[in-house]
Design a protein around this ligand. Structure first.
Ligand code: PDD
Length: 287
């Protein structure tokens, strides 16, 4: 592969990404036994880093892994990573696994975790994506029952996204027992009658950092927000559909299973949320 010329962090060392190596016995490789975060950076400033650190702390607790760094440690690691990259907009990725040990399902004793972090230039969603929107397909949610943990075990997400790709779509909108959960790597929002509706934050979805952010934007704009379970027919008959994630920010979904969502064009609620989203990002530059 073509390696990006970037510097990364691995277990206390700073080195070119192409030179960073982990053992084949790393539990992240063997079991997918680890957790991760993806933090967008705008104008060289991490966006909502504290929320990401809070979610990461929760992931460490949920899988019984000691957090290798405190908040100040993570903050300075992130600052140093940003400084290694010339792009103003970046996204930071970090993952921590349960370390290198003889293959055994139980947790190894006294094994230091593997800590890896990198940054990549971030190309924000293009004008075409914002104006034309995305296409999605529906799919049964086949993932495990702890989707609230940001785990590196992502086979379910990979299969869902590949299903979307093979059907000419950008994202898979997943349903469990007929109820909306989320996308393969995004939260999904439904607009009906001017109200934004999102599934509850439980073990069946990841609580995106943008999930909280969009909630705040709705409040600020006076857009009614309801959190409740959504049936498939409510999603299929939505006026608007949107998805959010660190890398996709907020984007409209204009087609679901080949049928238009609402008017088949990005809707007015999306337009207001998108404008408020961009304004919040621009405010970072002025800070
Ligand atoms: N994924 N749900 C799932 C399953 C996700 O993987 C993600 C993000 C989200 C949105 O979370 P946030 O707003 O914090 O990005 C929801 C990231 C971007 C990824 O795995 O690359």
């Amino acid at each position: 592969m073509d390696w990006p010329q970037s510097t990364c962090y691995l277990n206390g060392d700073w080195l070119p990404l192409a030179e960073a190596k982990v053992s084949v016995l790393d539990r992240g490789f063997i079991f997918g036994d680890g957790i991760y975060e993806v933090v967008p950076v705008y104008y060289r400033r991490p966006f909502r880093l504290d929320s990401h650190l809070g979610r990461f702390e929760r992931s460490t607790r949920e899988i019984g892994l000691a957090n290798p760094l405190d908040r100040a440690g993570w903050r300075s690691l992130v600052e140093r990573l940003i400084a290694t990259c010339s792009a103003d907009d970046q996204f930071i990725y970090w993952q921590v696994t349960r370390g290198v040990a003889k293959r055994d399902f139980s947790f190894p004793a006294d094994t230091p975790p593997t800590v890896f972090a990198m940054t990549t230039p971030f190309t924000r969603p293009s004008p075409a994506q914002r104006q034309q929107g995305l296409r999605a397909v529906t799919r049964t949610d086949e993932r495990w029952l702890r989707c609230d943990i940001k785990s590196v075990s992502l086979l379910g997400a990979v299969l869902a996204r590949q299903f979307a790709t093979e059907h000419g779509a950008d994202e898979a909108v997943q349903f469990r027992d007929g109820w909306l959960t989320e996308g393969s790597s995004s939260n999904v929002w439904v607009v009906r009658g001017g109200t934004v509706i999102a599934p509850p934050r439980d073990h069946l979805i990841l609580e995106g950092i943008r999930y909280g952010f969009v909630g705040e934007l709705c409040q600020r704009l006076g857009v009614p927000l309801e959190v409740r379970r959504l049936r498939r027919d409510e999603v299929e008959g939505a006026d608007e559909l949107m998805l959010t994630s660190a890398t996709r920010e907020i984007l409209p979904v204009v087609a679901l299973d080949g049928r238009p969502v609402g008017s088949g064009r990005p809707g007015p609620v999306y337009a207001r949320l998108r404008a408020a989203y961009d304004e919040a990002i621009e405010a970072l530059q002025r800070r």
